[in-house]
Design a protein around this ligand. Structure first.
Ligand code: NDP
Ligand code: X2W
Length: 345
């Protein structure tokens, strides 16, 4: 059994993480931190845990004192709130999995441009590993600090990786049109996320300036071996969870849909959580699972390739991927606690 602490356990991602860890056979959860609910019973915040989780939430100062008890610390705090404690955890030999964006962008100048702050722990960036297991499994195995990817980047990078890696892509052509359910914005109340503001409506937001553009570009450029700029357009849609990313790419030469399917199947041959599907993905087929479904179509009239991916933003896009990373870091089966499939309806 390994001992786990979660800071930010009362947010949507933290709660989803606790739900997954509760069903994991090798985990003992030692503490749960909250900001507004410190000293409240966790089951008061989320009554579905009544009789199952008897713990009380603690504040960050108390969490810090409990670091010597644990083997791994998950942070599901908002960006920027984890910096004061991360060093203390690492210095005490605690492995860290950070669900925020604080350690995803390797170049601190790029981080400053997109997050508008000077990175306060630059020296930790060189040792952080981008936690996308389908690309970085061996590095994750040895990592002490894993930066869990964002939800949109997970869906987008997995959709584009095989094609970009094959060097077939026209560099200037990539457009990602992505849609997210509202839980992607977290539990913290915000007027624009209120039911009557979002229901029966779809809106694009942060067009040309969403911070995930930098994260996707970093990984796509690494795969290609040269700097790639791309267009990323997120949309908010009126459902609780799920992301659908439609990626438009022009290839340097014509290639059949069948060959593209073979390319993708080969690339993800050993990856349990990626399914290459002939039927086009829908969020409902991956909801509440750690799966990423990917479908491909070639538009012969325009020579464009369309790659469509679907994930659950809170699982493969956050907590499930974090558990997948923990499994790899601690030598457990990668799928432990994550063999979940969607329920219909
Ligand atoms: N939602 C999603 O789909 C995804 C989220 N993420 C990332 O995961 C992290 C958590 O996101 P999410 O769960 O959506 O956010 P929420 O707003 O739902 O939760 C944030 C959590 O952090 C706590 N918190 C907030 N401010 C502070 C503070 N100043 N000091 C200490 N604790 C604080 C909150 O406590 P309390 O509730 O008690 O106030 C809560 O437990 C973020 O970094 C986000 O970017 C990553 C991928 C997907
Ligand atoms: C719908 C919605 O608001 N989504 C969030 C992305 C959440 C996420 O995955 O990303 P981070 O971990 O980088 O915050 C947004 O657009 O900021």
């Amino acid at each position: 059994m390994i001992k786990v602490g979660i800071v930010g356990a009362t947010g949507y991602a933290g709660q989803q993480l606790l739900w997954l860890l509760f069903n994991h056979s090798k985990i003992d959860v030692c503490f749960l931190s909250s900001y507004n609910y410190a000293n409240s019973a966790y089951s008061q915040v989320y009554p579905q845990y009544n009789t199952f989780i008897n713990k009380y939430c603690i504040d960050m100062q108390t969490a810090e004192k409990k670091l010597p008890m644990i083997d791994v610390l998950f942070s599901a705090l908002p960006h920027g709130k984890f910096f004061p404690i991360i060093e203390k955890a690492l210095n005490q030999g605690v492995k860290v999995i950070d669900l925020s964006a604080d350690f995803r962008i390797k170049d601190s100048n790029v981080f400053k441009k997109w997050y508008q702050i000077e990175h306060p722990k630059k020296y930790l960036l060189k040792n952080s590993v981008y936690g996308l297991p389908e690309l970085y499994k061996e590095k994750i195995r040895k990592a002490k600090l894993v930066a869990n990817p964002g939800c949109y980047p997970t869906a987008s990078i997995l959709a584009l990786a095989p094609l970009v890696n094959s060097q077939l892509v026209d560099l200037s052509s990539i457009i990602i049109d992505a849609k997210s359910g509202i839980s992607g914005a977290g539990r913290k109340p915000k007027l624009s996320n209120v039911f009557s503001e979002c229901n029966e409506s779809i809106r694009a937001y942060s067009v040309t300036c969403h911070r995930h553009t930098a994260e996707i570009e970093q990984e796509i450029s690494n795969l290609y071996g040269d700097k790639i700029n791309l267009s990323f357009i997120p949309h908010l849609i009126p459902m609780n969870r799920g992301i659908l990313a439609t990626c438009y790419v022009t290839l340097k030469k014509n290639i059949s849909e069948e060959s593209l399917y073979s390319l993708y199947e080969d690339f993800y041959r050993d990856e349990y959580f990626v399914r290459i599907t002939s039927k086009l993905p829908e969020t409902k087929w991956v909801k509440r699972s750690n799966l990423c479904d990917i479908g491909i179509r070639v538009d012969k009239r325009t020579s464009k390739v369309l790659i469509i991916s679907a994930i659950d933003n809170l699982i493969k896009g956050a907590a499930g991927q974090a558990v997948q990373n923990m499994n790899i870091m601690f030598g457990f089966e990668e799928t432990e606690g994550l063999k979940l499939i969607s329920i219909t309806p």
